[in-house]
Design a protein around this ligand. Structure first.
Ligand code: ADP
Ligand code: MG
Length: 229
């Protein structure tokens, strides 16, 4: 069974003026461990689609299925559980909490789940910080870190709860090329080492040689899909 499936998805935003058809007729399935690039120009619908895939928003028609569960049919409690347990998000702007240290930022997803004792939470956070090679920065605040270091931290935070799905929205947009390549390599390793399904939304083609599959969007529709490999 695919980990994530979009079935004839459309998304129409209602606005004061005309409705905006952001996505139309989107269908694909992504398996665990697969690294997928969702590429297309600004405004083609990438962020809209990622938000649907992370159950942060719902299709106007069609279905998004995460690990066998149709998102728009779930209760609020089940949605919260899916977002906290199955999904990790990474953003262009990192979205770290400025008053928390690196280690505390990474611990946060585990604390929200209240599932583990404090020492286990700290250990899991340090494990992930080590995995992104940031262990020595555990006590720094985000503003004391470079952009690349902040994004590595955000990746550690997105992976600390062992999600099944990692959604990255233009994660290299604020980084220079070398640092961006390092981030792409970490995303690829997340898929390989943890079996996470990784979907990378990007307007650039820098990642094409690294990913397993490219889904190209144009004006809200799939223009090309190189398919599962
Ligand atoms: P991308 O991430 O590829 O740049 P988006 O998903 O952000 O594209 O946007 C797709 C389209 O939907 C654009 O035309 C955008 O203006 C529109 N859009 C996005 N969010 C909203 C919203 N909340 N309300 C109305 N229109 C929106
Ligand atoms: Mg976007």
């Amino acid at each position: 069974m695919a980990l994530l499936e979009a079935r004839s998805v459309a998304k129409i935003y209602q606005t004061q003026s005309a409705p905006v058809a952001a996505l139309q007729d989107i269908s694909f399935a992504v398996d665990a461990g697969s690294f997928v690039a969702l590429i297309g120009r600004s405004g083609c619908g990438k962020s809209t689609l990622l938000n649907l895939c992370g159950a942060m928003d719902f299709p106007s028609s069609g279905e998004i299925v995460i690990d066998g569960q149709v998102t728009h049919r779930l209760t609020d409690a089940a949605l919260t559980r899916i977002r906290r347990e199955k999904v990790g998000f990474i953003f262009q702007s990192f979205q770290l909490l400025p008053t928390l240290t690196a280690a505390e930022n990474v611990e946060l997803p585990l604390l929200l789940r209240r599932a583990r004792p404090a020492q286990d939470v700290r250990k899991a956070a340090l494990d992930r910080l080590r995995w992104v090679d940031m262990e020595t920065y555990a006590d720094r605040l985000p503003h004391q870190l470079s952009g690349g270091q902040q994004q590595r931290l955000a990746i550690a935070r997105a992976l600390v709860h062992d999600p099944r799905l990692l959604l990255a929205d233009e994660p290299t947009g604020n980084l220079d090329t070398a640092t961006g390549d390092m981030v792409l390599d970490l995303l690829r390793r997340s898929a390989r080492e943890f079996g996470v399904a990784v979907i990378l939304a990007t307007h650039s083609s820098e990642s094409i040689g690294l990913v397993d599959r490219v889904i190209a969007l144009r004006d809200g529709r799939i223009e090309k899909d190189t398919g599962p490999r």
